[in-house]
Ligand binder design. Sequence first.
Ligand code: TRP
Length: 362
Amino acid sequence: MKNIVLTADRPTGRLHIGHYVGSLRERIRLQNEGNYDEFIVMIADAQALTDNASCPQKIRDNVIEVMLDYLAIGLDPKKITFCIQSMLPALPELTAYYMNLVTLQRLLRNPTVKTEIKQKGFDDEKTGIPVGFANYPISQAADITAFKANIIPVGEDQEPMLEQTREIVRSFNRIYKKDILVECKSILPQNESCYRLPGTNGGTKMSKSIGNCIYLSDEPEVIKKKINSIGSIPRSIEEPGILEDNVAFIYLDAFATDDSFKKYYSEYKNLDELKIAYTKGGIGDGTIKKFLNNVIQDELKPIRERRHIYEEKIEDVIEILKAGTLKAIELSNETLKEVKEAMAINYFEDDSFKNDQIKKYN
Ligand code: TRP
């Protein structure tokens, strides 16, 4: 079996460190392992429009912002096919056929969709739920199956979409009696603290709409300010520190390595040692934030610098995206052709439709 990696992001803003530890870093790992036949990264503009119908310009502007973030983190255009979702006509067509395999009730039971409906105020009777929005898990199944992708590096909140995709794949293969579509599995971050990185204000997930993000492209001074703004429980230095819901420590869990300690905090060998010392008392939160700032600055510096290089050659960036999109159109059309054949709606692809009718009426 082939290994096809596919993933996507909605172009609603620049990518932040929540995206980075939740999925982007895993993509780099998969890319470097090199154990795949095709690696597709899609900019999901059509999905972004399902809850942004009235701001198309925002989506359009962020296509290149996201693309720059991809290149900045080190995704390599020689190894990866980058494409724009709305440019691939096979996707809405596949979506339309898959819609017959899923009930409305099943769509609205999707836990991620449920949470988002509340967040976006679609549960208000006057606003209502856009049909396209409720349907996006099916369109995401089209994104994945159009490439027969089996390896999907995503954040943990995407698991319900992959479950929906697997259900569609199984229904399709059962009903149309061909093993055309492929079941996919998620690749989640190796470290659980990366599943749902909280925002700098604590509590909720890092999210652009809340304004609690550290962006991959933030300048050093901005990063420092945001890290300093992380709240901490007031206490005197001698008192024991509390680790529960401690945003600075959650970020350290996601970013600090033993090397970070060698470089910036050599009193301790690793994070476990620091945690023990912190809970005994004697370490102030200012010290922790200073260390955290050093760690995050180190991680984001090369990313920001690479972004600046690509910003200088934006025409090349657009060319990469265009070439990838053209290739993705071809790949997805091939799957669509197989799907239509399995569904017996490939009327003029060969003579079988004509011959069947001639036989019947002669
Ligand atoms: N729903 C994903 C997100 O919000 C984006 C996405 C669209 C996606 N199509 C996909 C992710 C296909 C993985 C595979 O981040």
